[in-house]
Design a protein around this ligand. Sequence first.
Ligand SMILES: [Zn+2]
Length: 109
Amino acid sequence: MTELLETQLTVEELEAIRLRDLEELEYEECAQKMSVSRPTFHRIIVSARKKIANALVNGSALRVTGGNFDLAKYELACRVCGHHWEDIICCRRTRCPVCKANDWCKVNT
Ligand SMILES: [Zn+2]
């Protein structure tokens, strides 16, 4: 029964809400930060808001699950152009902001 009272939010949805609704960034910027297209970002945030609304209205618990996102920011180094930047790590989507390569590594500080 507890499953019925729980709404599961993905880490990506949480990040979308954080960028758009807390940091109040423009859609374009949010999409860029998450390395997704604008329509994809829109789809993620619509889904997130619906889940949150559902949790509020129906009094269910919100739980953040899954996703392939690590929300902590790390210093990353591009193996192609040597650029260093700080970003969240998402294996499929994190790309060098300069040359767009996805060949990067985490810098141990
Ligand atoms: Zn690069």
